[in-house]
Ligand binder design. Structure first.
Ligand code: GLN
Length: 191
């Protein structure tokens, strides 16, 4: 079983830990660089990307995490985590930085403000998937190396690039484990 860390600075860490365990991983919260270096894959949870940015910077994790991700550490980001994995942002806060890794431009709060949070069926790899969106981003543009795996009304809401995976929605908040299972198989190298 692969060991997968959930970046535990802010956001819905516990829900990802449970989802990963159900998907066949050994999951643990990680905060310190040594803890992150010891796992086979990393989940960046939903929450607030400006807070994640400020906290990763405050804990001197921004550059080390960038290097780990660029160097091949498998990573999965949901919502704010998708924003963190984007190479480029639209509607970012002043000076907002990301970890990058996926050749995409992500628009923050694209679907509207908190009040516009919603749940609906989307298509993931051609299959229906019930998805929860909370002040969600979408992918404005994706480079040629990016596989679009999910769309909602013509908007890109799930992508994969090599061993990096990102969803605009929160699969950790619903019982369907297919996204976490996909990530676990990416970490194992079987998908
Ligand atoms: N809008 C938030 C941000 O910019 C993301 C919301 C979420 O992760 N649910 O980080």
């Amino acid at each position: 079983m692969p060991a997968i860390g959930v970046l535990a600075l802010q956001g819905d860490v516990r829900e990802h830990l449970l989802a990963l365990e159900e998907a066949g991983a050994r999951a643990r919260p990680v905060r310190r660089l040594a803890e992150i270096e010891a796992v086979d894959g990393l989940v960046i949870p939903g929450g607030e990307s400006t807070t994640l940015w400020r906290l990763t910077a405050a804990f001197d994790l921004l550059d080390p995490l960038r290097k780990l991700i660029a160097g091949g550490l498998p990573a999965f980001g949901s919502c704010a985590g998708m924003i963190m994995l984007a190479e480029r942002l639209e509607d970012g806060a002043e000076g907002q930085q990301t970890l990058g890794g996926i050749d995409m431009t992500v628009r923050r709060n694209a679907f509207g403000r908190q009040v516009d949070s919603f749940e609906r069926e989307v298509a993931i790899a051609g299959e229906p998937f019930r998805a929860v969106f909370i002040r969600a981003p979408w992918v404005e543009r994706a480079g040629p190396a990016v596989d679009v795996i999910g769309e909602d009304e013509g908007r890109i809401i799930a992508v994969r690039q090599g061993t990096l995976l990102a969803t605009a929605f929160h699969p950790e908040l619903t019982p369907d484990r297919r996204i976490h299972e996909l990530f676990v198989s990416m970490v194992k190298g079987t998908s």
